[in-house]
Write a protein that binds this ligand. Structure first.
Ligand code: DGL
Length: 280
């Protein structure tokens, strides 16, 4: 018989780097009572251009580490990890783990459930990493919830490196943002809603609004994922009662602490004190 522990712990939040902090900030604002452990795999970021097996292996290592810290629930605040690793973790890894009652959630499902309510033309754009776009996860999920929508995808492989290196306000960033917007709207010029399907991209919002067509609606995932998590906990009392509620937050990175603390504050909106951890 497998040993099932139902210990209490913090909510784990994972991203390849800093992007998940844009989602975490919204989760914490909505539910400050819980304890949280944020883990950014900065040493191995970006994940976006990596292969399926690598993203799965890195993400599962991170999730196991968060489980090891006592987290009964982990949110993958990363589209690339949600697109390429979540299903395998939920269907293959968790059921044979030492506590299959722990849960791992992603960002794609809650976002697709909402997206159809936001468009008037029925044409939506998806901007994401190469991995997210190639996986087709958004197209598949949107088809289930909103079969009448037309979905146009654009992979933007240069954007995460620009953001991770703090270059997203430079003239170089203008060039790439304009390039990807042009490529997206060349596919269809009646798109009225663009999903920022990468948790890093909300930092580009001012640039997107100034360089893209007037009146375009850009959707960031933070508030959507936060509301969806609150709703999940309302519906899953058995998980809610496993979460500790001191309001503590801890940040971990797989790369240097100094670099993480400087960058993370920009994404999180307030100062961050981090600790280093080695995975794998
Ligand atoms: N923030 C991640 C996402 O939402 C991607 C970053 C990466 O390429 O590592 O897709």
């Amino acid at each position: 018989m497998r040993q099932v522990s139902s210990g209490k712990g913090a909510i784990g939040i994972f991203d390849s780097g800093y992007g998940g902090l844009t989602v975490f900030r919204q989760i914490r604002d909505l539910m400050p009572q819980y304890d949280y452990i944020y883990l950014g795999d900065n040493a191995r970021a970006p994940y976006g251009n990596r292969g399926f097996d690598t993203i799965h292996q890195f993400t599962w290592q991170a999730v196991q580490w968060l489980f090891g810290q006592g987290c009964p629930l982990v949110v993958l605040a990363c589209n690339t990890a949600s697109a390429k690793a979540l299903r395998t973790i939920q269907q293959q890894d968790l059921p044979v783990s030492d506590d299959p009652s722990r849960r791992v959630l992603g960002v794609i499902r809650p976002t697709t459930e909402m997206l159809g309510t936001l468009t008037k033309t029925g044409k939506v754009g998806i901007m994401g990493t190469e991995g997210t776009v190639q996986s087709g996860s958004y197209v598949i999920e949107l088809q289930k919830f909103w079969p009448q929508l037309q979905v146009f995808q654009q992979s933007c492989p240069m954007l995460v490196p620009l953001i991770e290196t703090g270059m997203h306000s430079s003239a170089g960033a203008d060039f790439f943002v304009r390039y990807y917007l042009d490529a997206l709207f060349a596919q269809n010029n009646t798109i009225d809603t663009v999903l920022l399907a990468c948790t890093h991209y909300p930092l580009l919002l001012p640039l997107l609004q100034s360089l893209g067509p007037a009146g375009m609606q850009y959707v960031a995932q933070g508030p959507i994922v936060a509301n969806s998590l609150a709703d999940y906990l309302l519906r899953h009392a058995e998980m809610k009662q496993r979460l500790t509620t001191r309001g503590d937050v801890q940040f971990f990175t797989t790369d240097s602490i100094v670099g993480f603390e400087q960058h993370a504050a920009i994404f999180y909106g307030q100062p961050v004190i981090a600790q280093q951890v080695f995975l794998g």
